[in-house]
Design a protein around this ligand. Structure first.
Ligand code: DX5
Ligand code: ZN
Length: 227
């Protein structure tokens, strides 16, 4: 059983003080920093790019100096050039939507060739059949439990069945692949999502929407531990 990871999405942080927000959420117990890149083309919203990632890289460290992974979720089309820019900018993991890349295998090879961990992301209505031909190249599969583009949406329950299916595929592959879920994760549903097979949890509004980030992260961990 792999250890759970909590990856706060800075999409819901205060953009006027992102470096401080990254440090605060790491002090509060975050395992990864989830970095949502939106291009106003693949999704109808616009966020931040590689320069912001590069600026935040030095803030994504624990008090003892340990590096905290920056988990880049690309909601962009085309993918390849920006993926390479994020590899240069200090990303530790880069995930993209297979429907946003014309040549998924090439994009995966590019990311892996840069020495960065890579993942594929599946929207709620997207089939996962591409995994049959790509799982051996992946470090992570990210299941969207909302339609991408905005924080603060409600969890789509159909994601649970997809998580169960992907969990089986990962297990039968025998590979060490993280199963991450993104969208509408809260203290009161994280346990159910873990039961379906997820081990890595993105949470934006649930954490940054509260004054005490530590309290939320600890409540999430307590809920996971109860299983
Ligand atoms: C949506 C993003 C998510 C989002 C999650 O496109 O990929 O990471 O920030 O936000 P919450 O946790 O508020 O649903
Ligand atoms: Zn995301």
């Amino acid at each position: 059983m792999s250890t759970y990871r909590i990856a706060p999405s800075i999409l819901s942080a205060d953009f006027a003080k992102l470096g401080d927000e990254v440090r605060a959420v790491i002090d509060a117990g975050a395992d990864w920093i989830h970095f949502d890149v939106m291009d106003n083309h693949y999704v109808p919203n616009l966020t931040f790019g590689p320069m912001v990632c590069q600026a935040l890289r030095k803030h994504a460290v624990k008090a003892d100096g340990t590096r905290v992974p920056i988990d880049v979720h690309l909601m962009v089309q085309p993918v390849d050039a920006l993926a390479m820019a994020f590899a240069e900018a200090g990303a530790d993991l880069i995930s993209f939507h297979p429907d946003a890349s014309t040549h998924v295998d090439r994009t995966l090879q590019l990311i892996r060739g840069a020495g960065i961990k890579c993942g594929l992301v599946f929207n709620p209505a997207m089939p996962i059949d591409v995994l049959e031909w790509s799982l051996d190249q992946l470090d992570l599969v990210l299941i969207m439990s909302v339609n991408p583009g905005f924080g603060g949406q409600s969890f789509i329950a159909g994601a649970l069945r997809k998580i169960e299916q992907v969990k089986k595929l990962i297990e039968s592959s025998g590979r060490d692949i993280r199963l991450e879920v993104d969208g509408g994760i809260k203290v009161d549903n994280i346990r159910r999502v873990a039961d379906a097979g997820a081990d890595t949890f993105v949470a934006g509004s649930a954490i940054f929407g509260q004054a005490d980030y530590r309290k939320v992260i600890e409540a999430m961990r307590a809920s996971l531990a109860r299983g």
